[in-house]
Write a new protein. Sequence first.
Lengths: 88, 462
Amino acid sequence: MSSALAIESEVAALIVEALHLEMRPEEIDPDAPLFGAGLGLDSIDALEIALAISRRYGFQLRSDDERNGQIFASLRNLSAHIDKNRQH
Amino acid sequence: MTEPPPLRLRIGSLPLTNRPEADVLFRRRGEAITVGRFLADVAALAARLPARSHALNLCADRYNALLAFAAALSRDQVVLLSSDRSDRRLAEIAAAYPDLTVMADAETEAVGGEARWEPPPGAIRVAPLAVPGRGGPNPAIPSDRVAVIGFTSGSTGRPAAHPKSWAALVAAAVAAGERFALRDGTDMVATVPPQHMYGFETTIMLPLHVPTTSHAGPCFYPVEVAEALQAAAAPRVLVTTPLQLRALLGAAQAMPSVAAVISATAPLDPALAAAVEAAWNTRVLEIYGATEMGSIASRRTVEGESWTLYRSVALRPAEGVPDGTEAVVAGMAAPVPLADAVALEGEGRFRLLGRRTDIVKLGGKRASLASLNRILLGIPGVADGVFAVPDDLDRNPAARLAVFAVAPGLAAETILAALRREIEPVFLPRSVTLVPCLPRDAVGKLPRAALDGLRRQVVGLA
């Protein structure tokens, strides 16, 4: 498994666990939007995910990340953002 | 604490702001914006507005939201507050208010994880003047004029409109200023959108009539809340929600000194309130209110269950409604029924006895379970179905609804997709469980325990 795929499945598992989703991590389409029409998450979930990321990867999400990088546009984008910013 | 007698409103008109031009009204991107500069911005924006009856304020930048509101108000336009910026909702509003100006930030921002948003074509783009102005007219607004319309609930398909007079908005701001002793140029940092009635009252209306300073944002993630508070001057007040407080504590975010935290939109768990008071050495205060009536009461959560009404408000039993209570609010023509059952304790105090059973509240929004169930049953192929409310809904800020449906031939995803077209995201079920039949009792009701049992059985939990 390449490292991009490894982090994607790790982040998918983190999302499923943080939000108590009743699905398997591998069921999250890596290219579908996490919010709205895709996985259907909203701003309550964004806070939960931010909290889980800060605990696991040691950095904080910011609104201007979204403006620049559209990190919630897909699992793939979010995973890439985490990979770039992780402290541990 | 003895409070002054019930508030009386001056008949006639009230100025847009009662603050001197040199006062700092807002902080935005490191700049202090004075009342004088604000009035110049208002005059410039008002001159750009087309003559319309209504203005839809979609600005996410809190200062722009204030500008849009003040400019439309000064042009005798009624301001519509919608935090739902979905295409569907914007189309509904445009259909219901055909003579409409749409106002949006000149530079749009993503909000709370949403995808980047582009305002509709033709929107008036709002920004402060590039070269700060020195002052402008302070318009007198007729007290009885409808200044804003807030909307409730995405569950019925068509949100209900709740108009507020200028007098009611000013009265609520003055009452809140007194209640929270906001006298000394307090800096207010808020995580709630300016279009939510709670955020509108505490960060848009307050600085106009109470000596406070609001912050423009963004202020959503824990680190941003801490940074906004750092940039603020003491005394600082954080205006937020139980959900955000839980995230802030969970992230163990280092915070500057905070004089008080104000929470609303959902009941705050007393244990969480106590933890926040201990961690930040502050006082945690709660506001009780609703879009229809605005804020009406407050309490310090750790001191007990009782709420104390603002002096602009009285409560009385609602005639002909079992368990019903209504609020008589200064500046509002008709009494407003409460969504909760309450016990009146006299002397302006009351206790909440829980929501009336049909109402669910999530993410600061309210929906009727009967309406949600009606939408579920209206999906072609759904023979029977019900929205289930988790036990911890009133304690767990992140709790969500679930759906049980009898729908032979339909996939759970199909039902979810159909619901997504009809209801607001926060009320979408976190799970859709397909079952052969619902455990209805002899009179067709669904006992809670039977549903729980069914759920464990279907998802294979112990």
